[in-house]
Design a protein around this ligand. Structure first.
Ligand SMILES: [Fe+2]
Length: 454
């Protein structure tokens, strides 16, 4: 996909305001702090997002990945750095990601969506490509294909099981096989890959894991190659495709998948899933309908819903848990796939269409108590917007909300961003610390807190 801008086109939402890319890679060792950084926080907060090097991209999802990172130790912010993920696509922006036969060059990655750590490797992920490994200083090490064993793309939403240490993920594509499931052992060895049959070329952004199962979401956002000529992403809502959830044992095969029909919808991001006897509970940010153009005002914004799959009867119940738009949900890493009580997410303005809603993503942050049904809102103040709330546990603490929420907050009045640290157990209170960045940090996608391992 060529990276040059078309002539005389209006600036799309993803290239304006704080969505716009920044040009410089900073290394800042003297960071001002308001408040007090908890001394227990020893590690690195890294967040990924698109930052098109040329200044232009055809879609929010298609900019070169840039990591923004802050290192914390002993109550101090040691550094802020932002670095491009140095993939071959960054060096050669006019390279064609898709060959004449429709196949993808999986090393031509934007690597712009998420960052996870597993078996000592830090991996920048983007769902059309192979992962790229980075070091703790955010320098790119290179492509990582699990010793040549990875044969598909890799979702950005790989899950580390807190009980077994396994890394569970899948890859999807516009051409067969449309879906491949992968399981990686705690030591980083890819030990299982299974082709899974779905109805067609569905855009599967994320999935669900529980203690014993994985659950695929076969939803009606599908590739339509007739849209290629329009530029952007050739993916559209289908009224005919249907929607279903596929439950498979974590070490199972395609033959073991049990599919359950649900009402049509789209979900980029589940909060979490867990098993409750014969039932599987999945909390998601559910769009009733989605337009791939995102900012065009079509479709409706996502809201928190709960699916309960009864594996005995095959029925799925669906319940709306909240009537305020939200997305980018996260739980404590320790409860991934296990019963969660708390969920954290970015709020959006309560608007009918998706255009304004997306522009307001992160105008507040919310903590939901799924046990009591209560929620607490963290207000950010006028002109301020946050990103995904990432949970950083208090070392050695037992409680599920013993820790902090970390996220970059953009302040439009200063045109700068702060890394904000909020006490997760006292979520409505002002942040305990704001670490002031030397730049604005463009709105991006997903991040992680990596506690020091040494
Ligand atoms: Fe995502």
């Amino acid at each position: 996909m060529a990276q040059s801008a078309p002539q005389a086109e209006e600036t799309p939402f993803h290239l304006g305001g704080n969505f716009a890319p920044i040009a410089e890679e900073f290394t800042e060792l003297k960071l001002e702090v308001t408040g007090a950084i908890p001394p227990e926080l020893r590690g690195r907060f890294f967040r990924n997002g698109p930052n098109p090097q040329s200044g232009w991209s055809p879609h929010w999802f298609l900019g070169n990945g840039m990591l923004h990172g802050v290192a914390l130790r002993d109550g101090k912010a040691l550094w802020y750095k932002n670095r491009y993920v140095k993939t071959p696509l960054l060096a050669n922006p006019d390279a064609e990601r898709v060959g004449a036969d429709g196949s993808f060059d999986r090393e031509l990655s934007y690597a712009n969506t998420h960052i996870v750590r597993h078996a000592g490797k830090i991996l920048a992920l983007e769902e059309g490509s192979f992962p790229f490994e980075l070091n703790e200083e955010l320098e790119t090490v290179g492509v990582h294909d699990f010793g040549g064993k990875l044969t598909s793309a890799m979702t950005a939403h790989a899950r580390v099981c807190p009980e077994t240490g396994e890394l569970l993920f899948f890859g999807y594509g516009a051409l067969p096989p449309y879906l491949v499931y992968h399981r990686v052992a705690k030591d980083g060895t890819l030990i299982q890959s299974e082709e899974i049959t779905v109805k067609g070329p569905t855009m599967m952004h994320d999935f669900n894991v529980t203690r014993n199962h994985v659950i695929f979401m076969d939803l009606p956002m599908v590739f339509d190659l007739d849209l290629v000529a329009q530029g952007g992403l050739p993916i559209r809502w289908s009224d005919d495709y249907g929607a279903r959830l596929g439950v498979m044992p974590r070490s199972g095969t395609n033959a073991d998948v049990v599919w359950h029909e649900i009402d049509p919808c789209y979900v980029f991001h589940p909060l979490n899933a867990y098993e409750d006897g014969d039932k599987i509970v999945i909390d998601v940010c559910r769009f009733p309908k989605l337009s791939m153009e995102l900012g065009d005002g079509e479709g409706s914004p996502p809201m928190l819903h709960r699916w309960v799959i009864d594996t005995e009867t095959g029925r799925v119940s669906e319940q709306q848990l909240d009537d305020r738009p939200c997305d980018f949900p996260r739980v404590h890493d320790r409860v991934v796939g296990l019963k969660h009580r708390y969920g954290y997410m970015a709020g959006m303005a309560d608007t009918a269409g998706m255009g304004e809603g997306l522009m307001s993503l992160g105008a507040s942050l919310r903590k939901h108590d799924l046990e009591t049904g209560n929620s607490v809102t963290h207000e950010l103040g006028a002109g301020c917007q946050a990103g995904e709330p990432v949970f950083a546990a208090s070392p050695g603490a037992a409680g599920e909300d013993d820790g902090w929420i970390m996220t970059f907050v953009y302040d439009s009045a200063r045109d700068k961003s702060d890394l904000v640290i909020i006490d997760a157990s006292d979520f409505g209170k002002p942040p305990v610390a704001r670490i002031h960045m030397p730049t604005r940090v463009p709105y991006g996608f997903h991040g992680s807190w990596f506690p020091d391992e040494h």
